[in-house]
Design a protein around this ligand. Sequence first.
Ligand code: NAD
Length: 252
Amino acid sequence: MAAFDSLKGKVVVVTGGTRGIGFAVVKAFLDAGSHVAMFGSREETVHHALEELKQVDTSYDVKGYHPDLTSVESVKETVAEILRDFGTIDILINNAGVSDATPLYSYDEEHFHKVMNINVDSMFHMIRQVAPIMKEKGRGVILNTSSMVSIFGQKSGVAYPASKFAVNGMTKSLARELGKDGIRVNAIAPGIIATDMVRALDPKLIAGMAAGIPIQRLGEPEDIANAFLFLASDMASYVTGAVLSVDGGFVG
Ligand code: NAD
């Protein structure tokens, strides 16, 4: 059996799937023969990503959605829509997130809660709606995008590491709670990944960042997507509660 054969025909939901890491994840699962429900924050970005995928392979089975992930009602409606479109959900990948670099003395409460809301509450809403579907089947996989800052924090923008520590806490706790229902829950902690925002930086700055990484390069979105494939597949059937660093050895 090829490594990722178990992903063929599976229904996979990817939040924040329209660009960056999420888009690479969507593509990797489509290439593995999964059916994908791709989420984005706006109708135009979802449309654009669908068009891009169509140009790669017209046989991809992918549909786009743009719920407000911070609203329980909107998440409920979209999960119901996915069940109508695909019949079930086998794998949930909570990848949507925003970063932050605001210094502590410039924060206001509203901004702090906004970051937590997008990075943590939305993940909870998704899991709350999707886990019962998996429980009924006695099988499912939930994967969350954390960050290397969930391991050692960062110098500015405390809401971001706070939110990613929460992601790890949710991952480890739900792995304990849902294992008996046949549901595995894991997270990936990416290092510095060369998404469009990072690629637009001065090449000298990028070279400086790469020099501090044992593998001597930034990560590619595909490096993260490959780790998601592994954790979602039956190759990882005994892995749950893990926060897997995929960071070229940066955290060590
Ligand atoms: P990105 O900004 O390119 O993509 C973020 C995705 O999240 C987009 O698809 C966007 O639509 C979605 N999103 C953002 N706000 C949203 C909202 N309010 N409602 C719904 N969707 C929303 O970022 P990326 O770098 O690909 O990051 C993806 C994930 O990886 C994030 O959780 C991020 O924290 C994490 N991460 C990224 C890096 C990196 O170096 N790029 C490192 C560690 C962790």
